[in-house]
Design a binder for this molecule. Structure first.
Ligand code: HMG
Ligand code: MG
Length: 292
């Protein structure tokens, strides 16, 4: 059991924002490399509308073609029942619902209010439970929303509590814009910890402001032991203007290791995967290879 777990989200959160439509084979190669690094969980897919996020249209194919490593759970985002049905058909090992602590981002990202998003998530939870598949819950905009401005910690705590009560096994707290600072992350965590115990929380920090490692440090002080990261610092959210990539997995790994905190990850494989991620971003594949 690693002291801190890094949940790899690069193949989903990282790639979803790339403008070049990356062929499924290139995504599969990246996931297959990551599968050798020692992760317990890798988010590889997103069953959302292809009109909203065209890059994720190959999600079923990716899940179907990866070489599944023993002990690794391959995760997918599922905003509604249609997404869950498709994720189960593609044999996702776990799924995630994703809500926003702010109304503006909820409307931009899910085309509905926060309350309406919870109503859509209810049947996802019910069917996932029947299928024996665990559901993770994301809360976006934990410090700032691109549309509504600063987010009140109480709004984050409320949604995190709702997702926990619905049956999510873990709540991932998303600094979608990457504008959080340690002081504001600490204030947010103090509110959230009234609703959700630290062992059920994860930090999901984009690194726009260069504060992600400091935000991880303050989260560790508050008892959080799981952090989402994207190999090569890939990423951004298409519905969060101004957001840059997730904090880079290899950076978090090196930073934790220097502090004597074990992640269970293989440095050499991580750096191979980082090079692959950078090549994907650079567009070394050929657009003509894209599956129609
Ligand atoms: P909508 O338009 O309100 O939904 O979108 P709808 O039910 O009216 O359907 C519209 C069309 O989408 C229909 O097709 C549906 O069939 C189709 P049409 O009749 O027009 O041809 N559709 C679907 N297709 C495939 N899979 C589905 C699905 N559902 C409907 N599951 C909807 C609502 C949720 C679908 C849309 O808003 C959407 O896809 N949003 C996803 C946006 C997204 O993926 N954002 C990025 C991920 S979130 C993120 O990155 C943040 C995170 O990293 C944490 C953080 O950093 O904060 C998690
Ligand atoms: Mg994200």
């Amino acid at each position: 059991m690693p002291a801190v777990e890094i949940f790899e989200v690069g193949p989903r959160d990282g790639l979803q924002n790339e403008t070049r439509l990356i062929p499924a084979a290139e995504k599969v190669a990246l996931v297959d490399c990551l599968s050798q690094a020692g992760f317990r969980r890798i988010e590889v897919a997103s069953f959302v509308s292809p009109k909203w996020v065209p890059q994720m249209a190959t999600s079923g194919e990716v899940l179907g073609r990866i070489a599944r490593a023993p002990g690794v759970r391959y995760a997918a985002l599922t905003p509604n029942l249609r997404g869950l049905t498709d994720a189960l058909a593609a044999r996702a090992d776990e799924v995630a619902i994703f809500g926003s602590a702010s109304e503006g981002f909820s409307r931009a990202n899910l085309n509905c209010s926060v309350e309406e998003s919870l109503a859509r998530f209810a049947p996802v939870m019910e069917h996932a439970r029947e299928a024996g598949v665990q559901v993770r819950g994301y809360v976006s905009c934990i410090t700032d929303c691109p549309f509504d401005g600063p987010t009140a910690p109480a709004a984050v705590a409320w949604l995190a509590g709702q997702l926990l009560a619905m049956g999510c096994y873990e709540i991932s707290l998303g600094d979608t814009l990457g504008r959080g600072t340690p002081e504001r992350i600490a204030a947010m965590l103090r509110a959230v910890l009234d609703e959700v115990p630290p062992e059920r929380l994860a930090g999901h920090y984009h690194d726009t402001g260069g504060q992600a490692l400091a935000n991880i440090a303050v989260s560790i002080e508050h008892g959080v032991r799981v952090f989402d990261a994207a190999i090569g610092g890939l990423g951004g959210c298409p519905y969060a203007p101004g957001a840059s990539g997730n904090v880079a997995t290899e950076t978090v790994h090196d930073w934790l290791t220097e502090r004597g905190i074990q992640t269970g990850l293989d440095h050499t494989v991580l750096h191979q995967a980082r090079d692959m991620a950078h090549a994907l971003r650079g567009g070394e594949g050929h657009v003509s290879d894209i599956d129609a």
